[in-house]
Design a binder for this molecule. Structure first.
Ligand SMILES: Nc1ncnc2c1ncn2[C@@H]1O[C@H](COP(=O)(O)OP(=O)(O)OP(=O)(O)O)[C@@H](O)[C@H]1O
Ligand SMILES: [Mg+2]
Length: 351
C-alpha cells in the first residue's frame, strides 16, 4: 500500500514536468537544449562555427551546413548528458523551421525528425524569430501584450505581440538588418567577424560624438533603414583614411551612437503612441551594452518596463526554441503522429 502510494505520488510529480529537447541550426551555430517547464534550462549546448567563417568575413552557407551535419549528433548527445537525462525522459522535441539558411535548417530538421521517428516523440516546428523573443521568457516573468524590438543579423522589426501566438509586424528594415550593418562596418574597418561584439567593446574607448553620422528615423513610418548610415561610414573612411586609423574607436563609437539612438528613440516613441507598457528586446544586437544603457536611461519616467535576455541568450541558441515551443503547447499534450514529420524547412518564414 505504501509502495503504491509512493508510485502514485511519483507519477503525479512527473506529470508536472515537461521536458522539451530543442534543436537550433538556422545559421552558423548548432545548438541543442533541454528546457523544463518552459523556463528551467537544464542544458544549452552551443557549438559555434565563428572560427570557420571569420576568415571569410561572414557566414559561408555551404560550410555551415556541412559542419552542422558533422556536429549535430554530438551536440544533441551533450545536451542530454548535461541535463542528466536520457531520450526517454523527453516529452516533446522542437526544432527551428525558419527563417535561416536552407542547408543549415535542414541539418537540424533532419536530426529532429529522425529522433521523432525512432523514439515516437512529438515534434514541433518553431519560428526562429519567435524563439528570439521567447529568450526573454526564460529569465523574466512577462505577459503579453508587449512591443518587441527584434534586432539580429537578418532582422530589424518592431512587433506587437498580443498573446502567445499572435504577432503584428509594425515595421521592418527596408535594407540592411542592424546586425548586418554592424558586421559590414566591422569588415570595412578590418575588425573581424562577427562585428557586433568587437564594435561594442571598442566603442567603449571612443567618443560617440566625434562624427555626427546621419540618424535615419524614417519619420511617419515604423520601418528602419541602415544602409545609408553604413555608406556614410564608408565615405568617411575613404575621405579620412589616416583619421579612421588614428581615431578608430571614435569612428565606431559614432557609428554605434547613430544606430542606438534611432533604435531606442523610435521604439520608445512607438510604445508611447500605442500605449504599450512593456518593451522586449530580442536578437543578437540586444546584447549590445550601449544600447541597453541608452534604453534604460531613456525609459525612466515613461512608465514602460524594459526586458532583455542575458547576452548568451540574445544570440542563437536552442533554449529559446524550447521555451517558445513550451508556450505554444501550454496546457496541451502533443501526441506523436507521423504527419508531424511532413513540415519543410522555410528559409523565409514570417512571424
Ligand atoms: N554586443 C553586440 N553588439 C552589437 N551587435 C551584436 C552584439 N553581439 C552580437 N551582435 C550581432 O548580432 C548578430 C547575430 O545575432 P543573431 O544570432 O540573432 O542573428 P542571426 O541568427 O544571424 O540572424 P536572424 O536571427 O535574423 O536569423 C550579428 O550581426 C552580430 O554582429
Ligand atoms: Mg538569430
Amino acid at each position: 500500500m505504501q509502495n503504491l502510494h509512493l508510485i502514485t505520488s511519483l507519477l503525479q510529480t512527473n506529470k508536472d514536468f515537461m521536458n522539451i529537447l530543442a534543436i537550433e541550426t538556422s545559421c552558423d551555430e548548432a545548438s541543442a537544449s533541454v528546457v523544463q517547464n518552459g523556463r528551467k534550462i537544464l542544458s544549452n549546448v552551443i557549438s559555434s562555427q565563428i572560427h570557420i567563417h571569420a576568415k571569410y568575413g561572414g557566414v559561408v552557407p555551404e560550410l555551415a551546413s556541412r559542419h552542422h551535419l558533422e556536429n549535430i549528433n554530438f551536440v544533441v548527445a551533450e545536451a542530454l548528458a548535461k541535463a542528466r537525462l536520457r531520450i526517454n525522459d523527453i516529452d516533446t522535441l522542437a526544432v527551428t523551421q525558419g527563417p535561416g539558411l536552407v542547408g543549415s535548417l535542414l541539418a537540424g530538421i533532419m536530426a529532429a525528425k529522425t529522433l521523432s521517428l525512432i523514439y515516437r516523440l512529438p515534434l514541433l516546428p518553431i519560428n526562429h524569430i519567435e524563439g528570439h523573443i521567447y529568450a526573454n521568457f526564460l529569465e523574466h516573468r512577462i505577459k503579453p501584450p508587449f512591443l518587441a524590438l527584434v534586432i539580429s543579423g537578418g532582422h530589424t522589426e518592431l512587433v506587437i505581440q498580443r498573446d502567445h501566438t499572435h504577432y503584428k509586424i509594425l515595421g521592418r528594415t527596408r535594407d540592411d538588418a542592424v546586425g548586418e550593418a554592424y558586421d559590414k562596418v566591422a569588415k570595412l574597418l578590418d575588425l573581424g567577424y562577427p562585428g557586433g561584439p568587437v564594435i561594442d567593446k571598442l566603442a567603449k574607448k571612443g567618443d560617440p560624438q566625434y562624427i555626427k553620422f546621419p540618424r535615419p528615423y524614417l519619420t511617419g513610418s515604423y520601418d528602419f533603414s541602415f544602409s545609408g548610415l553604413k555608406t556614410s561610414v564608408v565615405n568617411y573612411v575613404s575621405k579620412h583614411p589616416a583619421s579612421s586609423v588614428q581615431h578608430l574607436a571614435d569612428v565606431v563609437a559614432s557609428f554605434q551612437q547613430a544606430v542606438i539612438e534611432v533604435l531606442v528613440n523610435k521604439t520608445i516613441q512607438t510604445a508611447l503612441k500605442l500605449k504599450m507598457k512593456k518593451i522586449v528586446l530580442a536578437g543578437g544586437v540586444a546584447a549590445n551594452s550601449a544600447l541597453r544603457g541608452l534604453f534604460t536611461d531613456k525609459i525612466r519616467k515613461t512608465g514602460i518596463t524594459l526586458y532583455y535576455p542575458s547576452p548568451v541568450l540574445c544570440t542563437d541558441n536552442a533554449a529559446m526554441i524550447g521555451c517558445a515551443a513550451y508556450y505554444r503547447l501550454k496546457n496541451k499534450k502533443l501526441e506523436y503522429n507521423q504527419k508531424m514529420l511532413t513540415f519543410k524547412a522555410a528559409p523565409n518564414l514570417q512571424l
